[in-house]
Write a protein that binds this ligand. Sequence first.
Ligand SMILES: *[C@@H]1O[C@H](CO)[C@@H](O)[C@H](O)[C@H]1NC(C)=O
Ligand SMILES: *[C@@H]1O[C@H](CO)[C@@H](O)[C@H](O)[C@H]1NC(C)=O
Ligand SMILES: *[C@@H]1O[C@H](CO)[C@@H](O)[C@H](O)[C@H]1NC(C)=O
Ligand SMILES: *[C@@H]1O[C@H](CO)[C@@H](O)[C@H](O)[C@H]1NC(C)=O
Length: 443
Amino acid sequence: MKVFGCFVLFFLVTCSSLSSICLALSDAEAAFITRRQLLTLPKDGKLPDNFDDEYGLKNKTFANERLKKAYVALQAFKKSIYSDPFNTTANWVDNTDVCSYNGVFCAPALDDPNITVVAGIDLNGNDIAGSFPAELGLLTDLALFHVNSNRFCGIIPDFSDWKLMFEFDVSNNRLVGSFPRVVLSWPSLKFLDLRYNNFEGELPCDLFDMKLDALFLNNNRFSYSIPEKLGRSTVSVVTFAHNNFNGCIPRSIGNMQNLNEIILSDNKLSGCFPSEIGSLKNLRVFDVSSNLFHGNVPQSFSSLESIQTLILSHNQLTGFVSEQICKLPSLSNFTFSYNYFQGLGNECIPGSKVNSAFDDASNCLAERPSQKWANTCEPVVSNPVDCSRDMCSAGGTPPSIPYTAPPKPTTIPPAPELKTPTPAPPTPREAKVLRPKGTTPPP
Ligand SMILES: *[C@@H]1O[C@H](CO)[C@@H](O)[C@H](O)[C@H]1NC(C)=O
Ligand SMILES: *[C@@H]1O[C@H](CO)[C@@H](O)[C@H](O)[C@H]1NC(C)=O
Ligand SMILES: *[C@@H]1O[C@H](CO)[C@@H](O)[C@H](O)[C@H]1NC(C)=O
Ligand SMILES: *[C@@H]1O[C@H](CO)[C@@H](O)[C@H](O)[C@H]1NC(C)=O
């Protein structure tokens, strides 16, 4: 018990004083937290007897058993909070009416309209520092968990009883560990937002079998390749940006008929683009900037009839920028700068189309300003990649390579921006009902 106390103290102090130490939670520390969670987690759904003493439950009355459990869960959550600068959780004490707590929302239970239960927690943007105790798993009626833009650190415990979870947003915190696989066990999940944390490692393939509407993974440390199952996903918006993904864009992407927006920028993705991308009739935003893509832009891109924003900059693309693409009716931002293109159709010349921003800087385009030097272009342009034999566009799967971290920087990197590169997705209606008036939507 003593050892545990020391650890907590160490954890809390380091977490609040120097976020980078908290971020670097070692495997051993994560395992310790997990073990501790396994010890306290009520396995049969009943509260252990010692909870009666610990939370003084004997003298308290509750409208129903689920609100009693919610009280235990929220008191444990309150205990895990060690900085709450706006006093958001100030009224979470000496009060058994959990429905009156700031950020806690109650509703009739789905399976029994006669009883009231905790259906949502919304603590967005409160700068709270803390962690998620296993006891939160007692909130079995929770459908909405919004804690974005706080300072929660540690891992996401095994909340496998959150069977009604619909919107889960933990973005812009200091969470670590591998992909939180527990989310795969939530059958109702539609909106999953993990962006701006420090999750690492591989994505589970099963993630793309879920019936999600929106999936935000950007600004973490995910690596390996994007699973081949991507094409099974029902998402309309998905962001992989600013991670360490490598390998191809899976050819199955062509099956994602709900897809409106996909952001793949700033990874180590490579190879030629699969021509299957051209079958995405509803695609409005396609951003693959700052990767290692090479070869030609497939002719099929001229079938992207809904495309508005097409960002191909900072890759090693070659060949001709086709007029057919530049003429696409909704295209308003086509950025293909910082590549090795050698030619472009007349309609692709920046300024040639009203209400459209085209950027062709730093390519190998004769007679265009601001291009690369000839001796930079020559070695690339004279060795064109044959995409009909490329692993990414013509079949085959390249080996998936784990990410090896660069040497540690000596300075602490700046905190992530609150603003995200993508607009917030349309919020599902059920969630709107639960979101309190006056709180800000997720970033
Ligand atoms: C709980 O009730 C017992 C007796 O019923 C009493 O002695 C004790 O002081 C009460 N505790 C609190 C916290 O009210
Ligand atoms: C929060 O509560 C503390 C102690 O009651 C008080 O000193 C502080 O000013 C409060 N902060 C805000 C933002 O209300
Ligand atoms: C809810 O309460 C009503 C009236 O007391 C009762 O008729 C009904 O059976 C109850 N429903 C459930 C699911 O318990
Ligand atoms: C086009 O999109 C890029 C990338 O999102 C952005 O940096 C640029 O400002 C946009 N251009 C215009 C004119 O909106």
